[in-house]
Design a protein around this ligand. Structure first.
Ligand SMILES: Nc1ncnc2c1ncn2[C@@H]1O[C@H](COP(=O)(O)OP(=O)(O)OP(=O)(O)O)[C@@H](O)[C@H]1O
Length: 407
């Protein structure tokens, strides 16, 4: 007879027979609560000692304020260009980062820049300068800087065309840590105020954002003014998209442009290319090689290996392309079939190689006595009637059998 028993798990009742009903002894015992607490503690301890995921924001060693800003912005995992560029900028190297639009280049230079500046230092003057090709972009970068630097006390000033000059002088007089500017207005202000160049200044980072933007006049400004008439920072990098990193003051910070790489980038704009500064070298795939390539590396690069940014670069082509793989298989199968047909034909009509065959055939020496070919073989001597019976019995006189066995 079926009866309802209260379920131990969900509180729902379910029908069960008398015999199947769990008694007190057979009911599974719940784990003691102490044990689960201990397990929880153990898990927490494990999590605390867990190694930060390599390639994540955690592994960059960001300070609390900057890391909180990154989390607050909603970034959990760095984009590829960020993963490549951030450690290099943090290490103080000059970097040219090239990646398609919307790939996160802004944060790629902002996060390490904020990390390097960290705290407000009004006595140090401008420590970071970001030049953007357009007003809109400058405003957008300012917004990002405020969001990512929300938990830092760094001060950022905006100097763009169209704004009141007086208010922009005030911005500069306030000694902001970061200046975001459009090149035209910035140079104009520098021209007007000579002693601005005498301001205390320990520029740690300079960013040319979207420096390849021909329409915005970014290149023209740069060529004309050489960035503050060589007094401040001289940059010579007409072929860059975004340059970031530590720029040494005065003329020592020449970032050499690599025309070849730029051409490559133009052709394959989806690829990220980053570089080191004057001591470094470009390598497709964004790997910085301090001091340039080693001999082996160059060979490696020439062979087309080690390009980590190229998807599936190290995967055999047939695996990459299943259609190609299938086609290859079909071709192979066809070839095998043709070979089989040919060999079957040849066994009927001995070809020129039969000339060298031993009289009596290989079957004579018993080697292939039981082979499948032997099954259909005619008894010796009952061949075409033309030969002496020592050759291939199946020749049947069709064609002209050659070889010793048929003579
Ligand atoms: N790590 C990340 N995780 C999630 N979103 C991100 C990350 N990095 C950037 N983003 C978002 O991706 C969008 C595009 O980023 P961003 O504007 O920096 O790209 P960009 O490469 O600088 O583009 P452009 O070349 O047009 O200036 C933004 O909304 C940004 O907040």
């Amino acid at each position: 007879m079926a009866r309802l028993t209260p379920s131990t798990s969900g509180g729902k009742s379910k029908p069960s027979t008398d015999s199947a009903a769990p008694t007190a002894e057979h009911r599974p015992r719940r784990r003691p609560q102490m044990k689960s607490k201990a397990a929880g503690k153990k898990k927490a301890a494990q999590a605390a000692h867990k190694k930060p995921k390599s390639g994540g924001f955690e592994s960059l060693g960001l300070c609390e304020e900057v890391y909180r800003g990154v989390r607050h912005k909603g970034y959990r995992v760095p984009t590829p260009i960020q993963r490549k560029a951030m450690p290099l900028i943090l290490a103080g190297l000059d970097v040219a980062a090239m990646a398609r639009t919307g790939s996160g280049k802004t944060a790629a230079f902002l996060v390490p820049m904020l990390q390097r500046l960290r705290r407000r230092d009004p006595g140090a003057g401008i420590r970071a300068l970001i030049l953007s090709p357009t007003r809109d972009l400058a405003t957008q970068t300012l917004k990002f800087t405020h969001q990512l630097g929300k938990f830092t006390d760094l001060k950022t000033g905006l100097i763009v065309g169209g704004g009141s000059m007086d208010s922009q002088f005030e911005v500069l007089a306030d000694n902001p840590d970061i200046i975001i500017a459009t090149p035209g207005r910035f140079v104009h202000i520098l021209d007007m105020v000579d002693d601005l160049l005498m301001m205390p200044c320990r520029l740690d980072a300079a960013v040319l954002d979207l420096v390849d933007d021909e329409t915005s006049g970014m290149q023209a400004q740069k060529t004309r003014y050489h960035w503050m008439k060589n007094k401040f920072v001289k940059l010579n990098n007409g072929d860059r998209v975004t340059a970031s990193g530590k720029i040494k003051t005065e003329t020592s910070a020449k970032l050499k442009a690599s025309k070849d790489i730029y051409k490559k980038w133009q052709q394959k704009s989806h690829r990220a290319i980053s570089s080191g500064g004057k001591d470094g070298n470009f390598e497709e795939g964004g790997t910085y090689m301090p001091g340039g390539y080693q001999r082996g590396d160059r060979r490696h690069a020439a062979a087309g290996r080690g390009r980590r940014s190229i998807p599936n670069a190290n995967v055999p082509s047939e695996i990459r392309n299943p259609q190609q793989m299938q086609k290859g298989r079909q071709q192979k199968a066809m070839q095998n079939m043709r070979m089989k047909e040919k060999s079957a034909k040849d066994s009927k009509f001995p070809n020129k190689f039969q000339k060298n065959r031993r009289p009596g055939g290989s079957a004579r020496d018993g080697k292939f006595e039981n082979s499948k070919f032997q099954k259909n073989r005619r008894p010796e001597g009952k061949g075409s009637g033309k030969g002496n019976g020592k050759g291939f019995g199946k020749a049947k006189g069709k064609g002209k059998p050659k070889g010793k066995g048929t003579r």
